[in-house]
Design a protein around this ligand. Structure first.
Ligand SMILES: Cc1cc2nc3c(=O)[nH]c(=O)nc-3n(C[C@H](O)[C@H](O)[C@H](O)COP(=O)(O)O)c2cc1C
Length: 379
């Protein structure tokens, strides 16, 4: 199979994965309108082509939270990554490390913090959800600190799980789910051998370590429903801000007023995100939400953005709309599912090449020159 883009990796991932996993990754909430607009609104952003400015030397690196990033990109936290490839969190983290960008481990990863952090040279980022069990949160923060995690990503757009219709149909949840997943696994032998057999244990590593007993995939959807905390508010985050010594980034901001609250709260960064269209369908795409947020808080707090980035040109577009750094979710997960760590490495190389093309043809020599000036002003 010829691989030249995220689209190709998506097709390869669909072939390799049992449908319940492919649709869990690929799907969004309700009618998936926001999921679609994340991609199409970004693709519609027109940039000014500028030429003949000697673009032989480009610098794609940035400094963020005291770290040097080879690209203005970090890997977004993605739950169950170890189900898409054998010990998938380790493979993705190593690929990100090789490229010189951060990997963010999800709370609901298969591999626990202690398995991933020692495998990479640069400090890992860790994403925390608000769970009813505050004991778990404290334990996870202590373990993250002990493992040398640099940046805490605190996700706030999942006080309740979104309604994802595909999951009920695919076997991720719904009637006879376990039997349906088993049948899908045996008809996808590459995955069954690589992940199903060799990639064990299939547990939520961070939570199992805390509870001292395995929380399996079987329990996953129930666990999310039972443990996410809809009562959360800014004041609940204060002890975390006081406890956590490193940078703290709030993920899931889509409104300028919430962005201002994050500044008042004392966060180091925000991630403009709608969770990849997986939570509330119909909310703005990140590309459309970002300019107003940048108007409100740019310069006061670091602005990261994800949801909809599929290529290197999209990265430049997101920066031109006001982000200081971008993050990618599905793009790296499709590559990981298709070809493990090698797939993620190749995808990151593709993104860099495409970014360089976009920088050359918009005549910007470094990332700080990617501003609203690059945007074609309509009318
Ligand atoms: C399969 C899947 C699982 C995810 N799990 C998490 C998670 O555990 N924590 C989190 O903060 N975000 C999670 N997200 C959201 C991503 O971090 C990110 O915001 C989103 O994927 C960005 O959109 P994109 O996929 O269009 O790049 C998940 C996304 C996907 C696709």
């Amino acid at each position: 199979m010829i691989i030249s883009s995220t689209t190709d990796y998506r097709a390869a991932a669909q072939k390799r994965l049992p449908p319940f996993l492919f649709h869990y990754i690929d799907g969004g909430a309700y009618a998936e309108k926001t999921l679609g607009r994340n991609v199409s609104d970004l693709a519609d952003v027109a940039l000014r082509q500028r030429v003949l400015k000697d673009m032989s030397k480009l610098d794609t690196s940035i400094e963020l939270f005291g770290e040097k990033l080879a690209l203005p990109v970090a890997l977004s936290p993605v739950g169950l990554t170890g189900m898409y490839a054998r010990r998938g969190e380790v493979q993705a983290a190593m690929a990100a490390d090789k490229k010189g960008i951060p990997f963010t481990l999800s709370t609901v990863s298969v591999c626990p913090i202690e398995e991933v952090a020692p495998k990479i040279k640069r400090p890992m980022w860790f994403q925390l959800y608000v769970l009813k069990d505050r004991g778990f949160m404290k334990n996870a923060l202590e373990r993250a600190q002990a493992a040398g995690v640099s940046t805490l990503v605190f996700t706030v757009d999942m006080p309740v799980p979104g309604a994802r219709y595909r999951d009920a149909h695919s076997g991720m949840s719904g009637p006879n789910a376990a039997m349906r997943r088993y049948l899908q696994a045996v008809t996808h032998p590459h995955w069954a051998l690589d992940v199903g057999l060799m990639g064990r244990p299939h547990t939520l590593g961070n939570i199992s370590t805390y509870l001292g007993k395995n929380v399996s995939l079987e329990d996953y959807m129930g666990y999310l429903g039972a443990n996410f905390d809809p009562s959360i508010s800014w004041s609940d985050l204060e002890w975390i801000r006081d406890f956590w010594k490193g940078p703290m980034v709030i993920k899931g901001i889509l409104d300028p007023e919430d962005a201002k609250d994050a500044v008042r709260f004392g966060a180091d960064g925000i991630i403009v995100s709608n969770h990849g269209g997986r939570q509330l369908d119909g909310v703005l795409s990140s590309a459309r939400a970002l300019p107003a947020i940048a108007d409100a808080v740019k310069g006061q707090i670091k602005i990261l953005a994800d949801s909809g980035i599929r290529n290197g040109l999209d990265i430049v577009r997101m920066l031109a709309l006001g982000a200081d750094c971008t993050m990618i979710g599905r793009a790296f997960i499709y590559a990981l599912a298709a070809d493990g760590g090698a797939g993620v490495s190749n995808l990151l190389d593709l993104l860099e090449k495409e970014m360089r093309v976009a920088m050359t043809l918009t005549s910007v020599k470094n990332v700080s020159e990617i501003t609203g000036n690059l945007l074609v002003k309509e009318g």
